[in-house]
Ligand binder design. Sequence first.
Ligand SMILES: [Zn+2]
Ligand SMILES: [Zn+2]
Length: 247
Amino acid sequence: MIELKADLHCHTNIVDGQGTPEECVERAKRKGLDVLAITDHRHAEGGLRYWREQPVNGMTVIPGEEVMTDEGHILAYFIKRTIKDCSLEEAVAKAREQGALLYATHVFHPTFRRFIWGQARKTFRDDELALLHGMETRNGQTISRCNRRATAYAREHTDLGVIGGSDAHFLWEIGGAWTMIRSQGRTLDDIKEAMLRRRTEAGGPTRVNRLVLRWAYYAHGFHRVLKGDHRRAANRRKKRRRVRRLL
Ligand SMILES: [Zn+2]
Ligand SMILES: [Zn+2]
């Protein structure tokens, strides 16, 4: 049995991420991960090619998708075709058809939760979660309190597997939260088997990798935009002055 460190939630530039799938895999390797799942919103294309060929650098890439269901976002792994937006039940049926595994993601996230009083306001109801293979208890973009709630919930519902993922949209966020997988080997079949048998543990998120850095990046972006605006305004003033002088 070997221990594999996996980031099971990563977005690429196929939809709204920063890096290409190759860049994400490369970055994951540099961060010391063994497994990366590519899980773009509404699209499986980013990871499908890895059914045919795995990277040569020792990483294993799981083809996946973040499916938008009416009940909340779910992560689908070992997927063969895109699952379009649908109800949770339809998603479960479609995943079964293609042998994919399903996990609820950012279950207690304040902006994604469904307001169900008395159930600590999580996204999915208990009976809905029971349809899935497990849930993400460590999400790299969720505040710690929500991750703690998810962890406590999973501890009471031991038939749910637990996973962690960075939910990276930027390259540096990859590996910010992770799953330790106890597996027989490094192939997709080995990893799927380990996940099915719930030989997984969730870890993270790391402090630096979370919201702070992302917001710092946004702030930096705004700063540059503002600076650009100042420059443009200054140029306009200069031009006006020149015109006035000519008049
Ligand atoms: Zn999501
Ligand atoms: Zn996501």
